[in-house]
Design a protein around this ligand. Structure first.
Ligand code: HEC
Ligand code: HEC
Ligand code: HEC
Ligand code: HEC
Ligand code: HEC
Length: 237
């Protein structure tokens, strides 16, 4: 209370002591105010830039650990070598179930020895074929263990193209770096490339909602995720 009184007093005494002094003082005060606003804006811009860098660059770097595939695989070379397209390697077994990533036995007929001068083929033949060791492929689309997914239902029954969920992987010349979420342990392909979770293509992301949204679109049936009819145990066993 007394402090404010003192300040008011001071201002009055100063204002009394001559006009010239007052106006220069006012200008000074104005400048001071402008520079304060200036530094607030500057501070805001710098903080914004810092948080954007943390959010879009540093956070994903910290959140995902990167792993290279044990052998690089070229889908596009092999498409011309096999007779039965994708299903030459990604076979459906007799019982209708999907075998997923091919086993070594499906490769060794063509790769008993190094044929070309590709360093990838050399590694593949020397480290795996000749030693009879399965390649520990990293699975980009791997869902958590609690999720039940059937390729037979989607590819055989519903006649869906691989690319709808996997993108142009079947035409790729090289395998991309595998990224694993350090917190959940899931592949980055579940959440998707975009940190904000944006989705442009049907294969950009494969979270619970993405499964459910397509089911609603394709069948008109809402799932339990959208409090519709399909039970949780359709996808969780
Ligand atoms: C000569 C064998 C071969 C043929 C033919 C082949 N693939 Fe593959 N494919 C592989 C191997 C080996 C991998 C393992 C790489 C990996 O870990 O993803 C793979 C991985 C994939 C994956 C990634 C699975 C994942 O989530 O990691 C997709 C999708 C895929 N193939 C689609 C296709 C499509 C579509 C075609 C047909 C256009 C095709 N493939 C033809 C051998 C083959
Ligand atoms: C029908 C025969 C055939 C089958 C089956 C086959 N390959 Fe090949 N593969 C080839 C031919 C031909 C080349 C090209 C050889 C060269 O390097 O000149 C090749 C090239 C490669 C290369 C080197 C390509 C590069 O990156 O430059 C790798 C690695 C490879 N194959 C791995 C595999 C794996 C893993 C499988 C099993 C999933 C497989 N191949 C199945 C015929 C086959
Ligand atoms: C409706 C979406 C969808 C379609 C269509 C689809 N996939 Fe998949 N695919 C998935 C999902 C989801 C997974 C992960 C499954 C899991 O982890 O249980 C997967 C996993 C895979 C894997 C890895 C399996 C493993 O060994 O763990 C391969 C290889 C693959 N898909 C290839 C294909 C090919 C080839 C086609 C076309 C013939 C195809 N997919 C069609 C959604 C799909
Ligand atoms: C259309 C298929 C589908 C249905 C129906 C579904 N889920 Fe899921 N759920 C998934 C998939 C795929 C994932 C993994 C990807 C993710 O985390 O979004 C998942 C993940 C989860 C998780 C997180 C588990 C983890 O380890 O990350 C919980 C909890 C869950 N679901 C509960 C439910 C409940 C409760 C229901 C019923 C109200 C339900 N889900 C119905 C597909 C489904
Ligand atoms: C792009 C569309 C699409 C996506 C994405 C998709 N599905 Fe489906 N799914 C279908 C269609 C179409 C059917 C067949 C529906 C029917 O006729 O009942 C189906 C059927 C199923 C069935 C029932 C199989 C049966 O007949 O018992 C399960 C389980 C299922 N999907 C799980 C999943 C899970 C889990 C995911 C996500 C990881 C997923 N789906 C993603 C389109 C999709």
């Amino acid at each position: 209370m007394s402090e404010t009184d003192d300040k008011t007093k001071k201002v009055y005494t100063k204002a009394d002591s001559g006009g010239a002094k007052t106006s220069s003082m006012k200008a000074g005060k104005k400048k001071q105010k402008e520079s304060t606003i200036g530094s607030i804006i500057l501070f805001f811009i710098i903080s914004l830039a810092v948080s954007l860098i943390i959010g879009w660059v540093i956070f994903p770097e910290l959140l995902y650990s990167k792993k290279e595939q044990p052998v690089d695989f070229n889908h596009s070379i092999h498409a011309q070598q096999v007779d039965n397209g994708c299903e030459s390697c990604h076979i459906f077994r007799e019982d209708g179930s999907f075998a997923g990533v091919p086993k070594l036995a499906q490769c060794s007929d063509c790769h008993q020895e190094v044929q070309g001068d590709s360093p990838n083929e050399k590694v593949f033949v020397e480290e795996y074929v000749l030693k009879g060791k399965e390649v520990p492929w990293l699975i980009y689309s791997k869902q958590p263990d609690c999720v039940f997914f059937s390729h037979t239902a989607h590819v055989k029954k519903a006649k869906m193209e691989c690319a709808v969920c996997h993108g142009p992987m079947g035409q790729s010349k090289s395998l991309k770096t595998y990224e694993q979420n350090r917190i959940t342990g899931y592949s980055r392909d579940i959440w998707g490339k975009s940190i904000a979770g944006n989705k442009e293509n049907s294969w950009d992301r494969m979270k619970m909602d993405d499964c459910a949204k397509c089911h609603e679109k394709e069948t008109g049936r809402k799932s339990s995720v959208q409090t519709g009819k399909d039970a949780c145990f359709m996808c969780h066993k």
